[in-house]
Design a protein around this ligand. Structure first.
Ligand code: ZN
Ligand code: ZN
Length: 428
């Protein structure tokens, strides 16, 4: 984007699933090189293509909050092999280790004040909720003002506070995510209680409860929900095992108590950790997995969240075909073609066969899903627009159904607009 004559680029992600991997990088040819690259948060759909972008503009500094910088490091290294492979298969430009390394070295931290001057503009960061370190940007210069949400959630989760909603900003343009623009979330408290009760029920019945969870964000929420219910004596104590990328990411959450909710930060300062806790919640290495399933009934929180590779698939393959006593509980968004989505469809009676790692399994375990979303819903996004009072509202980051519906819901005085994926320049 260009504000007050200064060019900036915000986020460049990759699709974790499906064929259409990269954003429309070719569009950048229509613009001068960015003076800086800003990162809202460390999810792959916001940072995955940054190594390529950075190799195009090696002189542009990349700005991120301290936790986002740390999380980017882990997320990029973890997904590197898969991304490299997928780019090669799709015949896309190279994605190599040197590019990734160069990007990570180019990352600079946002000043603690949350205000940054770049060229003619002033960038102000606002907390976005969503996940650790996520921010929104207000960008002003030359009499123009733009507000970019990245991904945002309004209600505080277990780990982090909700978005900081600025009042009276009245930007010329609001660029807003619309992931759940066509939905109203189920009551969070009810969903958490159902999850905690059902996990406890499976374990009391002598089974294992597997929760495939997105390593960044959702897994930490799940770990706090279960342990909070134990602390309050609402469910009995049972062992929780953590596997995959969830472990190093939970360690980064622990390192930034000042970004977490007050009571969580307090418990970290007092006890050293709230995610991986002595005698209750333990990180598992691959060679210890067999031992976990031979041991006492337990809950396993493992990545990936959609059962596309990773530790969760290893456990799912072993728990899925056994007796009814085991369960797989899904807690996050599932891509249309992902195994996690197929598992949910089949829980609704569609079929009983599921393919994991090339093997077809007859699904016998219990399957259920819980709404613990980290995105604002239709009502919240609409109210946010009203508070911000922008002249134009550009809806991004949602499937067509979600964006179209939100486009209808937002008051016409905020001029909602659907931004198309292909080459298009909008001037305001
Ligand atoms: Zn995100
Ligand atoms: Zn996103």
């Amino acid at each position: 984007m260009q504000v007050g004559g200064t060019h900036l680029l915000i986020d460049a992600g990759m699709r974790v699933h499906g064929d259409d991997l990269l954003p429309a990088i070719g569009m950048l040819d229509d613009f001068d090189p960015p003076e800086a690259i800003l990162v809202t948060h460390a999810h792959a759909d916001h940072i995955g293509a940054l190594p390529m972008i950075h190799s195009l503009y090696p002189d542009a500094p990349v700005y991120a909050t301290p936790p986002t910088a740390d999380l980017m490091n882990i997320m990029m290294r973890d997904s590197f092999k898969i991304m490299e492979q997928r780019c090669r298969t799709a015949g896309l430009p190279s994605y190599n280790k040197e590019q990734m390394q160069a990007l990570l070295e180019a990352v600079r931290l946002f000043p603690a004040s949350g205000i940054l001057k770049i060229g003619n503009v002033k960038v102000t960061c606002y907390r976005a909720g969503h996940i650790l370190g996520a921010v929104m940007f207000a960008i002003e210069g030359g009499g123009e003002e733009l507000f970019v949400t990245g991904d945002l959630s309004f209600k505080a989760g277990r780990t982090i506070p909700g978005a900081e909603v600025p009042h009276g900003l009245r930007p010329d343009v609001l660029i807003m995510e619309s992931t759940y623009g066509n939905r109203v979330h189920a009551d969070r408290h009810t969903e958490e209680k159902r999850l905690a009760d059902n996990v406890a029920e499976v374990i009391a019945g002598g089974g294992f409860a597997l929760i495939p969870a997105f390593a960044l964000g959702r897994a930490q929420e799940v770990l706090l929900v279960l342990q909070d219910y134990m602390d309050r004596g609402l469910i009995p104590e049972f062992p929780i095992y953590v596997d995959g990328l969830v472990t190093p990411i939970s360690e980064i959450y622990r390192r930034y108590p000042q970004y977490l909710k007050g009571p969580v930060a307090h418990r970290i300062r007092k006890n050293g950790d709230v995610f991986l806790t002595e005698g209750r919640c333990k990180a598992v290495k691959p060679k210890e997995r067999e031992g976990v399933l031979k041991g006492k009934p337990a809950c396993i929180v493992a990545s990936s969240g959609m059962l596309i590779g990773g530790a969760s698939v290893w456990y799912a393959e072993r728990l899925i075909k056994d007796e009814k006593k085991n369960a797989i509980f899904i807690t996050g968004y599932q891509d249309e073609e992902s195994p996690g989505r197929k598992l949910l469809n089949l829980a609704e009676g569609a079929d009983h066969l599921l393919e994991l790692n090339g093997v077809v399994y007859d699904v016998k375990c219990r399957v259920d899903k819980y709404g613990l979303s980290a995105h604002g819903d239709a009502g919240e996004l609409t109210r946010f627009t009203e508070t911000l009072d922008p002249t134009y509202t550009l809806l991004v980051h949602g499937d067509d159904e979600a964006r179209f519906q939100l486009n209808e819901t937002i008051d016409p005085r905020f001029h909602p607009l659907l931004v198309e994926k292909r080459r298009r320049i909008l001037s305001f």
